[in-house]
Design a protein around this ligand. Sequence first.
Ligand code: AMP
Length: 405
Amino acid sequence: MTFSDFGFHEQIIQGIQSMGYEKPTLVQEQAIPAILSGCDVIACAQTGTGKTAAYLLPVLHKMIFAGHRHLNTLIIAPTRELVQQIDQQIEGLAYFTGISSIAIYGGGDGQTWEQQKRALEKGADMVVATPGRLLALLAAGTTVFDHLEHLILDEADRMLDMGFFDDIIKIVSHLPAQRQTLLFSATMPPKIRNLAHRILHNPVEVNIAIAKPAEGITQQAYLVFDRQKDQLLTHLLQSHTWKSLILFASTKETVKQLARRFAQMGMDVKPFHSDLSQAEREEIMRAFRNRQIPVLIGTDVLSRGIDVEGISMVINWDVPPDPEDYVHRIGRTARAESTGTAITFINEKDLKKFQRIEKLIGTSIPVLPLPDFLGEGPSRTMPTVETKHSREKIKGTPRRYFKRR
Ligand code: AMP
């Protein structure tokens, strides 16, 4: 599926391209059509899944097509940081549309209050606000949401945990009854159902809550340039103890290349990708299960649902584009209460994707220093440019570490 399949306005497509999104995430695939159709939506999706764009894109599209007046869309989120993040995503995605937004949150001095009050009175197209400050401004009586068409609650479960239930109900009482309401929440406890019942109308449900990585998986990562990856992999294979291993790569071309290189090194490996027939895939899986093949090299076709016990190590040759695929990939190890190691190679272009994974799983993954003989890898602060120094260090690497291709 691509973003063009939603029939988005050209200005929205330009915004998506400028943000560097290549294809919709799962929550976007599911929520966008429902929102475009005008239904209320209740979506269970965690941070890192692309949930913000899942509601922003269709709402922006509708605003362009239907025409809109000021204060068309209200987004309520629990914290100042989230409000700022959402506002920034609007800035990026709506860049080519001329649609404006303002962020309203607590703190600051009397001057900030006055600025926010004036901005609301002047009227932006979209308002992103924390509940407390918005309610205080509404109580001041100068802001009127008569033309509001979209109400969005983001991280609704966190808002309720913070005691905002009554504030939300009060805010909603200031809004037109005829509107589209979207509720996004990482979890769906009964109190969220209760809130949804009060403010949503026949909502479509979208549920893409995903499992967190198992506790027994030791996750590690290396910042590494592409040209250093071969040697790092060889080093890891030699320095770790493992019986069965899966090496993941994002494209089948890379999988095929890696399989050829391994074979040249005299290792018994099989590539696993979508070009193989079902019978071939089954044959490979059988051999892997029986330990006849110690290493499988696969695309994400291999990352979902394959349950083989005793896979002690997973190596990600690159960072998967979809953060959920990371969870699926590393979930191939440490199955059934056992332990395992998952190591990810991050090149300078994959840093952003890696940060999305950390956001999704809610922990930071330790990034280990490269072995000395490899020289320097990319730095964690983007963008990274290879230095002459790091190149020279690699050139000086002892011969024995280079494997023939
Ligand atoms: P969220 O789950 O909304 O917090 O989004 C997490 C991160 O994913 C943000 O940095 C977004 O800019 C990014 N993002 C959202 N949709 C996509 C997509 N389709 N492709 C790549 N990145 C995305």
